[in-house]
Design a protein around this ligand. Structure first.
Ligand code: HEC
Ligand code: HEC
Ligand code: HEC
Ligand code: HEC
Ligand code: HEC
Ligand code: HEC
Length: 352
């Protein structure tokens, strides 16, 4: 290579390097056109899907209003957003743990939302009415008791994934002769063990106790009774409420009951009777547990890791049964026979 040619080469190499370093590209002239592609399928009008839901028939408005008055929206406990609470108390945490099949979330949930449309429906996945499908509809594998068969409440399965017992520890075993240490003032099944109660699973049982038929007979479980035809924004539908205030008096929305209980007046009387009976038994057991120094005025156990309660299986079982029937919150409606037997046996155990 001649010297001048070499210099020119160096110069052009430098210029190229500057271009490359400054990120510039230089395109050559376009090549010859390729063969024509196949015609695509005609798309939908961009808003056709949207309008099936976002239209003027006020359905969305009515259901949104019902949800806005539900305890899901108003309860205020959405800020329980840490890894072990977020799976039921936040929408994002629920969707994450259901997809991952875990009982905790990987991180605390930022900007936590309470259960809402996106928790239960596949909103804005396909942008068609198919998105009303429930996010989770399969039978529920309960967290507790360990090894229990899956329970199936149809459309109510979405509900029972959250309204189920948290893991109980320790679990008293009848006749074990073990002395159990109760170290947690919040011992038991947590605040809404309904999926367990309906199936009669998780109480302290001496033998297999009988169940009332609501858990097995009501096809869509929770949804049939709690999401029956709405009374405005006060009960039924997406309020999930059973009771409502009718101009100053508390009424029951029987819309979900009457397919089976045709006589509404008779049902109202029966409902009142069994709820009064179970509430009375809860009260009796509460008094006994307090007298023994197990329970405080706020229904929390008088126990901590520093000062545990040392209890027999029957004694711990009574604590478990009290907590479970109380926090089921239906005063026996979900499973009358099971609730009654749990309370009866525990009252009798502690009265010996
Ligand atoms: C299956 C019914 C359904 C379809 C189909 C649907 N949406 Fe929605 N959309 C909803 C629901 C439910 C909400 C939440 C309402 C609420 O939060 O009260 C929502 C919320 C919205 C919002 C408010 C902001 C937000 O994201 O929360 C916008 C904007 C919106 N949709 C636009 C659209 C558009 C555009 C389409 C079509 C491409 C569409 N939607 C299709 C049901 C639907
Ligand atoms: C993602 C978890 C989750 C799902 C799914 C869920 N819930 Fe809830 N539910 C909650 C939480 C949490 C609360 C309490 C909200 C609060 O206090 O902030 C609650 C509150 C309620 C209440 C009010 C309880 C009271 O003390 O008055 C009812 C009734 C209820 N849910 C029924 C249902 C029904 C019926 C379904 C199914 C259609 C359902 N829930 C699905 C978590 C859930
Ligand atoms: C398996 C699901 C689940 C998990 C996990 C869970 N909760 Fe809850 N919790 C619920 C449901 C459902 C309710 C609503 C009960 C109701 O209103 O009837 C609730 C209610 C509550 C309440 C309101 C109690 C009341 O009577 O008003 C508090 C406080 C609470 N939870 C705290 C927590 C904390 C703290 C954690 C984590 C350490 C946690 N929860 C984990 C399901 C869960
Ligand atoms: C706690 C779970 C839950 C939440 C939150 C929830 N839904 Fe639903 N939704 C259900 C269940 C369960 C059904 C089925 C009820 C039935 O068939 O009786 C349903 C049914 C519907 C239907 C009828 C669907 C169809 O196939 O025709 C619409 C519409 C709807 N919900 C809209 C909403 C909107 C809008 C929101 C938010 C404002 C919302 N839902 C929040 C559980 C939920
Ligand atoms: C056979 C009908 C029926 C079924 C099935 C049913 N419930 Fe209930 N539930 C009731 C009645 C009735 C009450 C008592 C209402 C009252 O006393 O105000 C109640 C009370 C409750 C409460 C206490 C708060 C409230 O609204 O009074 C919660 C929470 C609850 N049910 C959730 C559920 C969940 C979750 C499921 C499904 C796992 C379910 N229920 C299944 C009828 C039913
Ligand atoms: C799928 C049918 C079905 C539905 C829906 C239903 N029940 Fe029942 N219920 C039964 C059967 C069966 C029994 C047991 C026979 C009897 O006592 O009538 C029963 C029993 C009862 C009892 C007596 C206590 C017990 O469990 O043995 C009460 C109270 C009750 N139901 C209330 C309700 C209420 C309130 C609703 C609606 C929120 C409701 N039921 C919805 C079928 C149903």
């Amino acid at each position: 290579m001649k010297r001048k040619g070499f210099l020119t080469f160096l110069m052009s190499a430098f210029v190229v390097a500057v271009f490359v370093m400054s990120g510039c590209t230089k395109e050559g002239p376009p090549g010859p056109a390729g063969p024509k592609g196949e015609d695509g399928i005609n798309g939908n009008d961009g808003t056709v899907g949207c309008i099936q839901c976002h239209n003027s028939d006020q359905t969305l408005a009515a259901l949104t209003m019902q949800w806005e008055y539900s305890v899901h929206a108003t309860g205020g406990n959405f800020e329980r957003n840490t890894t072990s609470c977020a799976p039921c108390h936040t929408s994002q945490g629920f969707l994450e743990r259901m997809a991952a099949g875990t009982q905790v979330t990987a991180e605390d949930i930022a900007n936590p939302n309470p259960p809402n449309c996106y928790t239960c429906h596949n909103i804005h996945k396909t942008y068609t009415v198919d998105d009303w499908a429930l996010t989770y509809a399969d039978p529920i594998t309960l967290w507790y008791p360990a090894g229990a068969e899956a329970v199936d409440y149809g459309k109510g399965n979405i509900c029972g994934n959250c309204h189920q017992a948290r893991i109980v520890n320790p679990v008293p075993v009848p006749g074990s002769g073990v002395t159990y240490k109760l170290t947690n003032s919040r011992y038991g099944t947590h605040h809404s063990p309904v999926a367990n109660m309906l199936a009669g699973l998780g109480g302290y049982e001496k033998e297999d106790y009988d169940n009332s038929p609501h858990g097995s007979l009501v096809e869509d479980g929770c949804v049939t009774c709690h999401m029956a035809d709405a009374y405005g924004w006060q009960a039924g539908g997406h309020t999930t409420k059973i009771e409502y205030d009718y101009h100053g008096s508390i009424e029951v929305n029987f819309a979900g009951c009457t397919t089976c209980h045709s006589d509404e007046d008779k049902l109202a009387t029966e409902l009142e009777e069994i709820q009064t009976e179970i509430a009375g038994m809860i009260d009796n057991l509460r008094t006994i547990l307090k007298d023994r120094g197990y329970l405080g005025d706020d229904d929390l156990f008088l126990a901590s890791s520093g000062s545990p309660l040392n209890l027999t299986a029957d004694e711990l079982g009574a604590c478990l049964n009290f907590q479970m029937v109380l926090e089921d919150k239906s005063n026996g409606v979900h499973n009358y026979q099971y609730s009654k037997k749990l309370l009866e046996e525990s009252i009798s155990d502690l009265s010996k």
